[in-house]
Design a protein around this ligand. Sequence first.
Ligand code: ADP
Length: 452
Amino acid sequence: MFQKILIANRGEIALRVLRACKELGIQTVVVHSTADADAMHVRLADESVCIGPPPSRDSYLNIHQIVAACEITGADAVHPGYGFLSENAKFADILAAHNITFIGPSGDHIRIMGDKIEAKRTAKRLGIPVVPGSDGAVTEEKEAKRIAAGIGYPVIIKASAGGGGRGMKVARTEADLEVALQTARSEAGAAFGDDAVYIEKYLEKPRHIELQVFGDGAGRGVHFGERDCSLQRRHQKVWEEANSPALNAEERARIGGICASAVADLGYSGAGTIEFLYENGEFYFIEMNTRLQVEHPVTEAITGIDLVHEQIRVASGGGLSVRQEDIKFNGHAIECRINAEDPRTFTPSPGTITHFHTPGGLGIRVDSGVYSGYKIPPYYDSLIGKLIVHGRNRVECMMRLRRALDEFVVDGIKTTLPLFRDLVGNADIANGDYDIHWLEKYLAKGDEVANS
Ligand code: ADP
């Protein structure tokens, strides 16, 4: 087992990882920018190293500084959290070259899954169902038209190097296709420095359902069920649940089994998430994230398994603590992402939190790095905490969530808490009856009412 882990992240996830290390009796080092000297994870760590000024590229993305911090403190492993360097294959390679363990998959696996064309090809080869589309990159308009006619309109053009929901264009007719192809290519070139694009069938009303998987790096793979993350705004997840209101145990076991054997075949090591669009009972692979996800606590709530413990065990060579048959799904969990944002316009609202009071009681978990008197710096993303609620079934979970939202107090800044108080009383949400467009339509209706 590791002696000392360096946590290369900030905010709630840095604290989340720190807690797991403490439970396992592992020493912790955190790195931070000058803007985060007062952060909770810095206060609670055994050691901390300031690695640079506020902009991420000078601190949390600065590989040299982070490797130097490992050497100075004698850390033998790095946990990257999510975002920042968590899916940076070069970072994983550099750490390996320094005999420091990257708590995550190999640089090669990160590389394959970071290239969407390559990822889709690999998924298909491993028996994972994919969205019908082009076999690889498409450059010629004639070829694009032939492929689109073959799969049928509407189609979506996506950047191979894409991420964060950028670089996608929908074409509803052949007439739209030419412009869509041109714009997608030039936007991809400008945003990612790679103008390779591919075409796939555009699904009109899918849900976003993702499978949590783990590989032990030695040819064993398991799945921890799915999460439904259909409630999104601008491709950013807002509310996540496990299990999905749309799946039954049979479907879960079937798609879970496919995903578990895929990671086993790949020789994958550590945590991964295989993301699908789900429509009319069919799964369509869109991408695989090779790291811990923001929404992992809903999976922990229904399985009772600490996924960060598992990551650390696997990375240290200790293997997984569970076999597939040990993983049982118990009840229902929902996560609300609490952002420091205006709940209607979603503009960031940094500043000082004058009062912070979290709900408690059975089935409640709050993952957050903030406290009363904490000043939210303006440089980073606006997630300030996550409320995760567990109940024996979805109805109990929703009742408990409503109660927990009533207790939650964050004063001094604006947050998205009022949005969740609205959602928890909505009939479609109560019925689990929503797709990936539901939230944006709901918000647009609210704007109409407000402006009338
Ligand atoms: P990114 O890596 O940029 O997040 P994804 O491939 O995960 O890109 O897609 C992001 C979102 O775009 C999906 O959650 C979905 O809302 C939409 N999307 C992607 N592919 C399709 C498709 N074939 N049909 C309909 N919507 C899609």
